[in-house]
Design a protein around this ligand. Structure first.
Ligand code: GLA
Length: 402
């Protein structure tokens, strides 16, 4: 039985009827461009093959019922469209509640739905299972109620639900990647706002590493997730924003975000920022050079220079760990990065996403991949209790109707 038939079967066992709409919504890989989104910078991302599937059937009584196979719920969670409150006992359901609430606030007229969810996106942070879920629900609810929506608006509403309802101050990288990713391509995102749009450029970059006998692999220990991420992310975001007055004053011109600082300007004022606030200086350095690395990665990919591309990945990883300190209290991540980069066949390696989880992406010679996995897994198991999973990466299509 294929996946969609199985989904329909599960749906009808729970709700005694067939779904009207099925949405596939993938996780995302942050290829390079770390914490650049909320600094109006650049990123290169892609969708992964692991995805969340949402099957939905319309109701007309103003109720939402939702059951998630991933969270092994026996009974659907139920809420009314007229009373949507957070439920901290089922945290994942807040993404569903938040999306429905935001859609209603935007005056989409919704009448209710029965929803069944299943997902293969690891929940441990780093592959954006939350954006996959948000986009699945938003796209599904809109499709179910006969609405067409601009894809950028869709991504923005999902981010809004996460910012305002779930309470996480994330940027737009995850939702935009899930919406705009194209099979066999990376998606370049320029987060400089353009009038009322949050992005000024969205461009596909063909991704042909397999032709060069190279492969990307996602490395994850699913059991490592530090609560610190909850405060670590907003603190870092705030520090970037708080550095803006320093730059305005030093450069004597209008600076809206770290996007407006060049690396040579950073180098000129590095010592004075360091004296003022050493942590702030580290955070800014990461962002300013990360933006450059994204642009240089595109040049390298366009000329099929994968050696340079790999080096940029590793520089990005080093900077994220040493300057943005995304491995704080996550020795597993430090270990994967430091050990991984020394292994034969590795062209580049870096962490992905917000941080504070044991998750990385490695560019490896295809013929050395199995040896690489074996070497890293065995070194890891000598140091830590958990086990590493290796997820082969193929750039997949963004969210779609099945
Ligand atoms: C998380 C956030 C994104 C982005 C990344 C880091 O995934 O949700 O908005 O900031 O971290 O690049």
């Amino acid at each position: 039985m294929d996946l969609i038939d199985k989904l329909k079967k599960d749906f009808s066992e729970i709700y005694n009827s067939e779904p009207d709409v099925i949405i596939r919504s993938p996780g995302r890989a942050e290829i390079i461009g770390n914490h650049t989104d909320y600094n109006n910078g650049y990123a290169l991302a892609a969708a992964i093959t692991d995805a969340t599937f949402a099957a939905l059937k319309k109701r007309n009584d103003g109720k939402i019922r939702v059951i998630s196979k991933t969270f092994k719920l026996e009974q659907p969670i139920e809420f009314s469209l007229t009373q949507i409150a957070k439920d901290d006992s089922n945290n994942w359901s807040n993404y569903v509640r938040g999306i429905v609430k935001i859609l209603l606030n935007q005056n989409f007229s919704l009448t209710g739905a029965d929803i069944f969810l299943t997902s293969s996106v690891p929940i441990s942070g780093g592959l954006s299972s939350s954006a996959a879920l948000e986009v699945a629900i938003a796209k599904g609810m809109l499709e179910l109620h006969g609405y067409e929506i601009d894809p950028l608006k869709l991504a923005e509403l999902c981010q809004k639900a996460e910012n305002e309802f779930v309470g996480s101050p994330c940027g737009l990288l995850d939702q935009a990647s899930v919406v705009f990713a194209k099979e066999n391509n990376l998606v370049f995102l320029d987060f400089l706002p353009d009038n009322s749009k949050p992005l000024s450029q969205i461009k596909n970059i063909p991704f042909k590493i397999n032709d060069a006998n190279l492969s990307l692999v996602v490395i994850v220990d699913k059991n490592v997730k530090r609560e610190l991420g909850e405060s670590g992310y907003p603190e870092r975001r705030k520090m970037c924003e708080e550095s803006i007055p320093f730059w305005k004053e030093s450069l004597g011109r209008e600076i809206k975000s770290l996007r407006d600082i060049t690396s040579s300007e950073f180098n000129t004022y590095k010592e004075s920022l360091k004296t003022k606030n050493p942590k702030m200086c580290m955070r800014v350095e990461h962002i300013v050079f990360e933006n450059e690395r994204v642009l240089n990665s595109i040049k390298a990919l366009n000329s099929e220079d994968y050696t340079t591309f790999g080096k940029l990945l590793t520089e990005s990883g080093k900077s994220a760990l040493e300057l943005y300190e995304l491995d704080e209290e996550t020795p597993e991540l430090t270990f994967i990065f430091r050990t991984g980069k020394t292994l034969p066949g590795v062209r580049g390696i870096r962490n992905m996403g917000g941080g504070f989880s044991a998750l990385a992406l490695a560019l490896v010679d295809t013929n050395q991949m199995s040896q690489f996995k074996e070497n890293l897994a065995s070194a890891y198991s000598k140091q830590f209790a958990g086990t590493l999973n290796f997820i082969p990466f193929q750039a997949a299509e963004g969210a779609s109707l099945c």
